[in-house]
Design a protein. Sequence first.
Length: 159
Amino acid sequence: MARIRTVRSRGRRARYCVLASRFNRPIVDRLVEGARGALRKAGARGSDIDLVWVPGAFELPLAAQEVARSGAYRALVCVGAVIRGETPHFDFVAAEAARGLAEVSRRERLPVGFGVLTTDTPEQAVARAGGPHGNRGADAAAAALEMAEVMERLSTSDF
């Protein structure tokens, strides 16, 4: 990954917010740590990273909207785990979380990293939360950082 400038954004210390779903908490805890680790690796201090917990993935867009509107953050990283069950509930929650977070990002012109797992089994989720398939929380943070850089370049016509 290219070095991403996280320390300063427009002359001030850059801040980030990780929003996390409490549902499937053991898996999401690992995604949170992956996201925080990626942000710290890119130069953010622990005090630059806030954490907001919400009940489930369906609630992530509303919380992200409020956090984005604060104007305090350079980027958001949203993490959660939606695991398929025996009913269509999975399809609705996963689709609305993705749609809602994309809408927040576009509406607020703020990078929102999407680290919400949508898997068929708990084992698949664990494999993507720091297991053999990497950590999607870290991947979402890296994407949010890169998009913050892109947005800053685009806003200054420096591209």
